[in-house]
Design a protein around this ligand. Structure first.
Ligand SMILES: Cc1cc2nc3c(=O)[nH]c(=O)nc-3n(C[C@H](O)[C@H](O)[C@H](O)COP(=O)(O)OP(=O)(O)OC[C@H]3O[C@@H](n4cnc5c(N)ncnc54)[C@H](O)[C@@H]3O)c2cc1C
Ligand code: FES
Ligand code: FES
Length: 464
């Protein structure tokens, strides 16, 4: 049984926990405002809001409902476009109407949800943040100018409104962004807390679902029948903290929470921009770092960054013991890795960057966002006080069967990072990779790219 609040009513359902929310709202609940198009997280037409209980009340995020399993919303508030349309037009809907930002209307519910999600989660009501929030929503007919105009007008209308998380829902109800019914939801959710699943005794372990953004694209039919375990129900794994010179990230942390974390920003400031190159907001609001690692794609963006940052993994075995594996030793072959059935990655550990550290990530794909890289690479460079290279780590994606850490860089220690070093490092990297020709480019093209991206790592901009 899964229990949650759908718009303004409590729902108890016996449907399999692997049923995706898109099917539940459209087929079982008759809420057809949520549109179905790609079913792969690519278009945003199916976006809904999910409010999960947090220390300061419900934390709302816009997510793709085609990849959201029912079992993940136990004790949460799910909002479809109908849930925003229970009275007069909301401020977001008004702006869409006034700026003629809808034509056939197929994308419009998703855009309304993403902009409302922006109002519910943005650090500031800036135009740029509103555009980032829309990065997962495609429109085939209106064109983006009118949609942008609507978003700009929304931000102007919210000028002076304080986005304080503690009172955000009440503030947005007052500003006309949310219907007043949102204020009743915490009372409706009482008693529907998020129970821990009992441990599974013997037999095959259940499929572990983190954000589901890979799993529910790859094998949705199988997951409808399979026993599932949801990482989101393990709140104890949703943390980011510094301990003993190490940044520790719990397995349940989403990419967007990681991207926006002030702690992460303090030590790895470029991550806030770098992670915008990973999928889109409606996916990053669900996808986790551990899911990116275990997905084991040779082009996993986060994995490439973490390799350069010398990450290690804390893995919990089925008997409850833990073991530590450097990420650079985790991958054993194409989609093969050091994880036995039933083992979980519970924490990712990142050594804090010492003074003199430079980090840079480069990704080239056909489209700037929402696309898999042809080649990606990350570099962590530690400069000694005299400006020479003290340590250098370089990773590369899309150029080998596994996410690759490029070895043999010890000879660069003590050199100046300027001058001929970039050329020598580029040559070393190109010789270390073995790309194949595929839809994203020929092997020759990928080698050329690799050389250029390594040069970019040592550009004056990165070194300064
Ligand atoms: C439209 C679209 C765009 C995408 N764009 C990008 C992109 O730009 N860059 C990119 O790198 N990826 C991209 N992806 C792939 C995917 O979103 C990411 O790999 C994401 O990080 C997966 O995380 P998740 O939490 O959703 O994983 P899930 O789908 O939940 O899980 C993936 C696998 O990891 C296992 N797993 C998850 N957590 C753990 C754990 N703690 N311990 C053990 N096993 C675990 C699961 O059992 C499963 O086998 C995209 C996907 C889509 C649908
Ligand atoms: S239907 Fe396209 S993102 Fe869900
Ligand atoms: S208005 Fe038709 S797809 Fe956007």
């Amino acid at each position: 049984m899964t229990s949650f609040v759908l718009n303004s009513r409590v729902v108890h359902t016996e449907q399999p926990p692997g049923t995706v929310m898109l099917d539940f709202v459209r087929n079982a609940s008759g809420l057809t405002g949520t549109k179905e198009a790609c079913r792969e997280g690519e278009c945003g037409a199916c976006s809904v809001l999910v409010g999960s209980p947090g220390p300061q009340g419900l934390v709302y995020r816009a997510v793709a409902s085609c990849l959201l399993p029912l079992g993940d919303v136990q004790g949460c508030h799910v909002v479809t476009v109908e849930g925003l349309s229970e009275g007069p037009l909301t401020l977001v809907q008004e702006q869409i109407l006034e700026h003629s930002a809808s034509q056939c209307g197929f994308c419009t519910p998703g855009i309304v949800i993403s902009l409302t999600g922006f109002c519910l989660s943005a650090r500031s009501f800036s135009f740029q943040e509103s555009q980032d929030a829309l990065d997962g929503n495609l429109c085939r007919c209106t064109g983006y100018v009118a949609i942008r105009d609507a978003a700009r007008a929304l931000c102007e209308r919210l000028e002076g409104v304080e986005p304080d998380p503690a009172v955000r829902v009440a503030t947005l109800v007052e500003a006309g962004v949310l219907p007043p019914g949102f204020l009743e939801v915490p009372a409706l959710l009482e008693g529907l807390e998020n129970p821990q699943e009992p441990p599974v005794a013997g037999g095959a372990p259940p499929v572990l679902v983190a954000g589901g953004t890979d799993l529910f694209v790859q094998r949705p039919e199988e997951l409808l029948e399979a026993p599932l375990e949801f990482l989101s129900r393990h709140r104890e794994l949703d943390f980011i903290r510094v301990e003993g010179g190490v940044l520790k990230v719990g397995a349940a942390v989403t990419l967007e929470d990681f991207r926006l974390s002030e702690i992460v920003h303090r030590f790895f400031p470029s991550m806030r921009e770098d992670l915008l190159l990973h999928s889109s907001t409606i996916l990053r609001n669900r996808a986790t770092l551990t899911g990116n690692i275990v997905n084991a794609s040779p082009v996993g963006d986060v994995t490439i960054m973490l390799l350069a940052l010398d990450a290690s993994l804390e893995i919990r075995t089925r008997s409850g013991q833990t073991r530590r594996v450097p990420l650079s030793e985790f991958f054993q072959g194409y989609k093969q890795y050091d994880l036995a059935p039933g083992e979980w990655i519970v924490e990712i550990h990142l050594p804090l960057p010492p003074p003199g550290t430079r980090f840079n990530f480069e990704k080239v794909s056909n489209r700037e966002i929402l696309d898999i890289a042809a080649v990606s690479t990350a570099m962590r460079l530690i400069l000694a006080p005299d400006g020479t290279i003290q340590d250098l780590r370089l990773s590369a994606g899309g150029v080998a069967p596994v996410p690759l850490l490029i070895r043999g860089l010890e000879g660069f220690r003590g050199r100046s990072p300027e001058g001929e070093t970039a050329g020598l490092l580029a040559r070393h990297a190109v010789e270390a990779i073995s790309p194949i020709s595929d839809i994203r480019g020929s092997a020759t093209y990928k080698k050329l790219l690799m050389g250029q991206l390594v040069r970019a790592h040592l550009s004056a901009e990165v070194l300064s």
